[in-house]
Design a binder for this molecule. Sequence first.
Ligand SMILES: Nc1ncnc2c1ncn2[C@@H]1O[C@H](COP(=O)(O)OP(=O)(O)O)[C@@H](O)[C@H]1O
Ligand SMILES: [Mg+2]
Length: 255
Amino acid sequence: MKKIAFFNVKGGVGKTTSAVNIAWLAAQGGMPTLLWDLDPQSCASWYLGIDDDAVDKKSINIFKGKTPVGRLRLHTAHSRLSVIPADLSLRKLELLLAQEAKSDQLLARLTDHLSERQQLIVYDCAPAYSQLSESLFASCDLLAVPLLPSPLSVRSYQQLTAFLQKKKRWKKLQTLPFFTMVDRRRKIHNDVIEHAKSIIGDDDPVIIPYASEYEKMGIHRAPIHAFAPSSKSAKAYEALWQRLQHQLVKTTVRS
Ligand SMILES: Nc1ncnc2c1ncn2[C@@H]1O[C@H](COP(=O)(O)OP(=O)(O)O)[C@@H](O)[C@H]1O
Ligand SMILES: [Mg+2]
């Protein structure tokens, strides 16, 4: 079982859009996939058709050990794709993790037994450095980092990679930065991407274009392929999934 987290300390950069589309592509490609929504705003759950009133359990109880992970897992309308929805109870997660002795190992412990059923876990994260993100750094195979094509965004990626050098366990974590909301007609976007190539160590970074089709995911409440399967927007996420798969093969097994 592999684990990918879509992470960026900034909000509104395409984490949720990417997590939902990648989870869908993985599932349709044959991998039983679980999307674990860790953002109390619960947008990923909503995109996958989960209504707020369908969630009668508090997902923080998973972290308290009161509810087994599997009990909160819901099937979606898409084959092989299930979701652990988020809810507002997660706003108290940081308090809880602060009291936990080995909080950075908690996610690994909670997901261990899922490997019998799932081949991939995709985490959609809230935008912050937190105890929870440290637990993700310790247990994920790959951190997928959506970046806006701006100098500050590239700088925040550099800060992230420097931060990941701080702990031995985190050094095993691979990162895949990619650009989102790119408008190729804008010189600044092209310039930033060109300049970033040497910084992120990738000559051919994946680029997700700016397109209002992605916003329509909120109208259809479905991944892009469900309503625009042959669009450029859909193809862009296929390219990202290819890269992620390629990178996952290179990850070593993490305990
Ligand atoms: N490539 C894109 N082009 C245009 N709009 C996008 C794109 N990706 C995401 N969006 C829109 O931008 C907003 C923020 O995206 P979202 O995935 O929710 O970001 P995050 O999870 O990082 O906060 C949403 O309204 C979404 O529909
Ligand atoms: Mg989000």
